[in-house]
Design a protein around this ligand. Structure first.
Ligand SMILES: O=P(O)(O)OC[C@@H](O)[C@@H](O)c1c[nH]c2ccccc12
Length: 366
């Protein structure tokens, strides 16, 4: 693997396979005054992987690389930086405040407009969600280097077949007249710390199942159970979707506060191809409207917890299901999942009256 990455000529091919989310996409031309050149994401993925491969190799000192000459390296870094600026602008135009990675500031030899050269502030995450996403970006980059997507694809055949996540929720809702329960196996949370000492995920999952959960959700992977399984992760890259599938997930979570529309569209397509359901999570009107504008959405989660501030307010579910939005959801037969902060039967009744047909609970079950 390392040696493959180090062969310069092979780099484009390697990273094309490693980063499908950033290759086969159509990126619309976006009007921007700050970025004069338009560079699609595919070359970025290639450059990222390529530059990273070189750096890690040289640290090991184990392999000799054909070095990129300095000016070529600088040009790549400058383009990469420009594309990152551009991507942040696209996201910001959709109301997304979360930046995918820390702003790096212009590279040393950058000779562009002055405002770019002084713009290197904000290198600390602005909130907990941003911090999580920045860490996730690094973690996924490391994992992708070890196991690029083409390797994961080989594992797809031996993965247990995907179960019908949406179907299980609908069936449970019909059978009981109550929202279908997605019971979440969660050891700890950033807001509440460790929820359960002596954490045995398998035992907990089996207890949830016996207790009548329609589906399970896990904040880790590698678990196989009877109920359809939601992989609750901070997904920033399609690589994670393949990984979740080969580990036995039947559904994945996509967070609208993190992912621009194009990513959601693209990742939803990959999920369909792999037989995975997508639970698309929103927490305000703007995100809900974006998601309602995306074709083929079956499952929307309304998070009552603002992931940027941790504030929980279950009236959020009601607010987002009122009026036209609720009507559209009913017309499209979208299943809405009420997420977070649901503790009492009254809480469940309240969100059910607001229109949810499923709920996701962790804290109240532990
Ligand atoms: O522990 P609670 O309040 O019952 O919440 C469960 C679940 O909704 C929450 O864990 C969650 C909702 N959206 C997320 C996104 C990522 C991680 C976790 C979550």
């Amino acid at each position: 693997m390392e040696s493959v990455m180090s062969v310069r000529a092979a780099a484009p091919r390697v990273s094309f396979r490693a980063a499908p989310s950033q290759t086969h996409r159509h990126v619309p031309k976006f009007p921007t005054s700050r970025c004069s050149i338009f560079i699609p994401r595919a070359p970025l993925a290639y450059r990222r992987g390529y530059i990273r491969a070189q750096q890690s190799e040289s640290k090991d000192g184990s392999t000799t690389l054909s070095p990129v000459n300095e000016s070529e390296g600088n040009a790549l870094k400058i383009k990469e930086w420009e594309v990152e600026n551009f991507q942040d602008e696209v996201a910001a135009s959709q109301g997304i405040k979360i930046r995918r990675r820390p702003p790096t500031g212009p590279p040393l030899h950058y000779v562009g407009p002055f405002e770019f050269r002084i713009e290197n502030e904000g290198n600390t995450p602005r909130n907990i969600l941003e911090e999580i996403i920045w860490n996730k970006d690094k973690e996924v980059a490391r994992m992708k280097e070890r196991r690029p997507v083409y390797m994961l694809k080989k594992g797809l055949e031996s993965a247990p077949p995907a179960r019908d996540f949406v179907g299980a929720l609908k069936a449970s809702n019909l059978r009981t007249g109550l929202p279908g329960l997605i019971a979440e196996v969660k050891k700890a949370s950033p807001s509440r710390g460790v929820l359960r000492e002596n954490f045995d995920p398998v035992e907990i999952a089996q207890a949830y199942e016996k207790g009548g959960a329609a589906c399970l959700s896990v904040l880790t992977d590698e678990k196989y159970f009877q109920c359809p399984l939601l992989c609750k992760e901070f997904i920033v890259d399609a690589w994670q979707i393949y990984y979740a599938r080969i580990k036995g997930a039947d559904a994945v979570l996509l967070i609208a506060a993190v992912l621009p529309d194009l990513d959601i569209r693209y990742m939803t397509k990959i999920c369909k191809m792999l037989g995975l359901a997508t639970l698309i999570e929103v927490h305000n009107e703007r995100e809900m409207d974006r998601v309602l504008g995306i074709e083929g959405v079956e499952l929307i989660g309304i998070n009552n917890r603002d992931l940027e501030t941790f504030e929980v307010d279950i009236s959020n579910t009601k607010k987002l299901l009122e009026g036209k939005r609720g009507q559209m959801i009913r017309e499209k037969d979208i299943i809405v999942v009420g997420e977070s902060g649901l503790f009492t039967p009254d809480d469940i009744a309240y969100v059910q009256e607001s229109g949810v047909r499923a709920v996701s609970c962790a804290s109240s079950l532990t």
